[in-house]
Ligand binder design. Structure first.
Ligand code: PLV
Length: 435
């Protein structure tokens, strides 16, 4: 066997990019069809085998010798779990996803959750504003940049176990990134459907995860129709961003972490509501740990206030359009489960203006040096706009709260330029706030 330089072609790039980092690969580089992992951006140890001018039969013999007691699959792939070594001949990407080593990699990927236990940080600045201790549950540091990986990761793992072979997810951005990340970890292909105005930054991130990106319609509801159509295909499954019990079950993990860190229940939990998956998960978690008496302050922006409208009407309401800049909160109709939660838990639904959400984003950046998107700004505005104090003054919230937990849901739909553009659009002066 000769070691050869990894070639700069990408014959196997697509399927490889979806493998876990556990595996080392043994490659065969045939004269005309060399292959590599480097281009797929993988941090993998690769062993290359050059068989210039020889046929597949020779390769098989040589690889077999090297692999020794490997498990062999009839389609000529070998793997040795003890060495974390997988070998295969050159295959076209269309053939590769059915390789047995993906099944092996998937096994490992399926057993552990994809989310991280996120930090719970006490915020001096927000505590000053609120007049009580404010804890930040920092979901912005999740591997997908938002809390979405909790529910979506759980859902995707379950679907992979059930044998689905392709994930499709409609999203305002963050659910899609969570689904694409999960797909990569599971060794499955993913198609993410987003509204047409989605930023290039999000599209690039999704492509970087190896997902196919489709743009459809003006708002998430339009993209969702397209995703539901695609999910009819054989072996495909729709990953709902917020409306499924598995999503709520995954999101509930957040409350178990709060219980482990805080011990005693907080005085209130503040969160943002889009389609209501985070709300449903937190409500389920509170019930699970016996904290259902803890008030949930459910924040929305005007123009994406489908939960508030539903509570007022006493039934689900479909908003005519999403006019808020917080596009990640932009589901025209909230999940029916949100109304169930409103009966099970103590929920205070509040609506802020876009300007308040965006100014909360800027203040949070200045105070905590973390940049989050307006969807998360809606939650932070509960503190910065003095809503908590107002609810206390109105007697709707206890005047002496033990602490407040703000779920910093995060989000990828933001960068410094986008923040400036939002501020200009809303007539704000940008980062020029007096210090
Ligand atoms: N965003 C979904 C739905 O968009 C998505 O596709 O990404 N905070 C952030 C940063 C979010 O991305 C979302 C949802 C929420 C809050 C609200 O969560 P939900 O939908 O579970 O209430 C249309």
């Amino acid at each position: 066997m000769r070691q050869v330089e990894v070639a700069r072609t990408n014959v196997l790039g697509a399927p490889l990019s979806r493998l876990t980092e556990k595996w080392r690969f043994l490659f065969v580089c045939l004269e005309t069809r060399s292959c590599c992992a480097a281009q797929a951006g993988l941090r993998l140890t690769t062993t290359c085998l050059s068989l210039r001018g020889t046929g597949i039969a020779d390769w098989e013999t040589e690889a077999q010798q090297l692999m020794g007691a490997a498990q062999v699959h009839p389609e000529r792939q070998w793997w040795r779990e003890d060495l974390n070594l997988v070998s295969f001949p050159c295959l076209e990407p269309s053939v590769a996803p059915q390789c047995p080593w993906e099944a092996v990699a998937m096994e490992g990927a399926q057993s552990e959750p994809f989310y991280r236990v996120s930090p719970l940080l006490q915020s001096w600045a927000l505590s000053q504003v609120a007049g009580t201790t404010v804890f930040l549950k920092c979901e912005n540091v999740q591997p997908s940049g938002s809390f979405k990986i909790r529910g979506i990761g759980h859902f995707c793992q379950e679907m992979a176990r059930k044998g689905y072979r392709h994930l499709v997810c409609s999203s305002g951005g963050n659910a899609g990134i969570a689904a694409a990340y999960s797909a990569r970890r599971l060794g499955l292909p993913a198609t993410i459907v987003l509204p047409e105005a989605t930023s290039q930054q999000v599209v690039r991130r999704l492509q970087g995860e190896g997902a196919e990106v489709l743009l459809a319609g003006k708002v998430w509801d339009d993209a969702n129709l397209r995703a539901e159509e695609l999910a009819q295909r054989d072996g495909w499954v729709n990953v709902p961003p917020f409306d499924h019990p598995l999503i709520w079950e995954g999101n509930a993990s957040l409350v178990r972490e709060l219980q482990a860190s805080l011990g005693a229940p907080p005085g209130a939990v503040v969160l943002a509501v889009g389609g209501g998956g985070l709300l449903a998960g937190v409500a389920a978690g509170l019930l699970e740990v016996g904290w259902q008496h803890v008030p949930i302050i459910a924040m929305e922006t005007r123009g994406a206030h489908s939960f508030h409208a539903a509570l007022e009407a006493g039934r689900l309401v479909t908003l005519p359009d999403i006019t808020s800049v917080a596009k990640s909160l932009g589901a025209k109709t909230v999940t029916a489960q949100a109304l169930v939660c409103a009966r099970q838990c103590h929920i205070l639904s509040q609506v802020v203006e876009d300007a308040e959400a965006v100014s909360a984003v800027q203040r949070f950046l200045d105070d905590e040096r973390m940049l989050v998107e307006p969807a998360c700004g809606a939650a932070l505005a509960a503190i910065y706009s003095g809503l908590v104090g107002q609810l206390q003054a109105e007697g709707r919230l206890c005047p002496s709260l033990a602490s407040i937990v703000v779920i910093v849901c995060g989000g990828n739909n933001i960068n410094s330029q986008q923040l400036q553009a939002l501020q200009t659009q809303l007539g704000q002066s940008g980062g020029s706030r007096a210090v």
